[in-house]
Design a protein around this ligand. Sequence first.
Ligand SMILES: Nc1ncnc2c1ncn2[C@@H]1O[C@H](COP(=O)(O)OP(=O)(O)OP(=O)(O)O)[C@@H](O)[C@H]1O
Length: 660
Amino acid sequence: MAFLELKNIHKSYFLGKEEFPVLKGIDLGFDKGEFVSILGESGGGKSTLMNIIGGLDRNFEGSVSINGEVLDHKQEKRLDLYRRKTIGYIFQSFNLINYQTNLENVMTSLNMTALSGVERKKRAIELLDQVGLKEHIHKYPNQLSGGQKQRVAIARALASSPDIIIADEPTGALDAVNTKDVLDILESIAKDGKLVIVVTHSQEVADYGTRILHMADGKIDEEKTLKDKFLNKETAEEVTSKPLAAQTIWNMAFDHIRFNKLRNFLITLGSAIGIFSVILFLGLGNGIKGYINDQVNQLANPKYPTVMKNVTTDKKASNNERMQETAQKMTTDYKSTTLSDQALKKITELDHVNRVIKGYQFNNASFTHGKTTIRGSQFQTWTPAFSEKVIKAGKAPGKDEILIDKAFAKKINSNWKSVIGEKVSVKFMAFNKDNTPVQVTDSFKVSGITDGGQAGPVFGTNYQTAKASLERAGALSEANAASVAVDKTENVKAVVKKVNTIKIDGKRAFVGISIGDILDTINTITSLASYVLAAIAGISLIVSAIMIIVTTYMSVTERTKEIGVLRALGARSKDIRNLFTSESLMIGMISAVVGLVAAYAGQFLMNMALHGMIKYDIVQISLGNVLFAIIISLVIALIASFVPSRKAAKLNTIDALAAD
Ligand SMILES: Nc1ncnc2c1ncn2[C@@H]1O[C@H](COP(=O)(O)OP(=O)(O)OP(=O)(O)O)[C@@H](O)[C@H]1O
């Protein structure tokens, strides 16, 4: 029984329905230690036969057996293992991987063995030494002569110590000297106890072997034994085969990215710009939200929700809308907006309420000092609901005293603090019990100066002072607003909810609102705005996804031959898919890192530039934003590589090897 046996091999190609028989019944036996040359006219079917022996072609009739065991061509896994372990391929056009050094080319085959990393490297160097290339191991294939390239290819074919070496026109591209060298090496391989099968057109090459087979018209028409096969000395080295490890695939992907530096740099840059802008906008959203929260909290004490009379009958109206309606009603039907002590008592009786502080709010007040007047501002009572931080100089108003806004104080005197102690007159419209407008004019001493920041100017006296003014003018003096002192911040929400459900005479009596509610509204608006901006920036991520798709496609097209070589060396179809997916993921990962670094740099620069103006870090990239960037970038890379990497994995090995 021969080591390799072919029985009744038939193979046809079909063009449409038309059949072109190429192999018409081949029966052959080969032994280890043989150096067999297959000669024959061009188009006679030599390569077709080699593809069947090499486990690259599965569509044929007949059987191939190794050591008596029939190879099941239907089992892809079995064939992958067969190519990895039993077959070593040498091609006419060398088919080395151009972005790998010669050492790495040999290592690629060794990476499909169970040898350790150190052993693989040692063996690769030994093999390259054996073919006389020790000095050239770190060169790339394009830095070698044709003969040298073919020797690297031989070293690679020998790497996994296969029993059969198939060489398709191995000397076709070589001159006489290199041809002799390569044939010597092939002979020594046969002498080592391996089966060497060479396809050639050259009688000179054929004469070198131990046996010549001649093919014509799809059959072996002549067979000639030149010399005895070499003694089958059992080779000591037995290398166990293993599929490509994930780590190796990552390394190959990385090598390719490095090899195509400029192209990958540009793609990474494109994707990174997308990530950068999305993250920066999200960070800006966080910062603006934080800034507004900070401003509002500087202005108001969150433990004091504000209450007004509810005048709205529309059940669907929000609390904000109700407050606005009450404020409007103050100018037409003032009486209906006042809060009686009796009504406010209902709030005082609620759990967690310490007390209710009565107050006033009047719009369109004007303030005058000498020739300086400011109109259209709100005049209100100063209650503990304001944060003390609002007072930038001086103190809270006592009897017949007033707090004025800093901008107004500056108008009076550029040395604004000096306005404290001066008299300021206030004029605003109130109403008497018949809802007839009554002008209130009074004059108070400035006790302090306020800065309401984004919330606008704050002018205010204490409750007693305002009440006395209203009474002097003959206006209604019942409060039209109140602040509720709640025991703890965490109870504010519950108290406000309760306040909003209190009914008097069967109607909802109050509308209460807390700073928390106001912040919730502002935060929702800011988040929305920042998401919209991030989504607009996200369009560039779509562009980057398209770029990755295009490059992966280009990469697959450019590397068709490499895919064929890897499959011929025994890589599985999923290894090919993983190779392209890994490359995209790596580009996605690098883009995310570059985008994030740029976003952090942007954050630093923007915060530094704006700090003088707003004393706040306006860009605040959160850990969540960082994770989001990494995940979105990887997901895009994964989606973008999905189709091209599958296309690569599905390529037919023979067609891939035939690619130019
Ligand atoms: N994929 C294919 N589809 C259709 N016909 C094919 C295909 N591959 C090869 N053939 C045909 O099969 C025949 C045998 O081709 P093969 O490459 O095996 O010949 P060969 O003996 O190796 O030729 P050469 O010495 O020129 O390399 C040729 O006529 C060729 O045109």
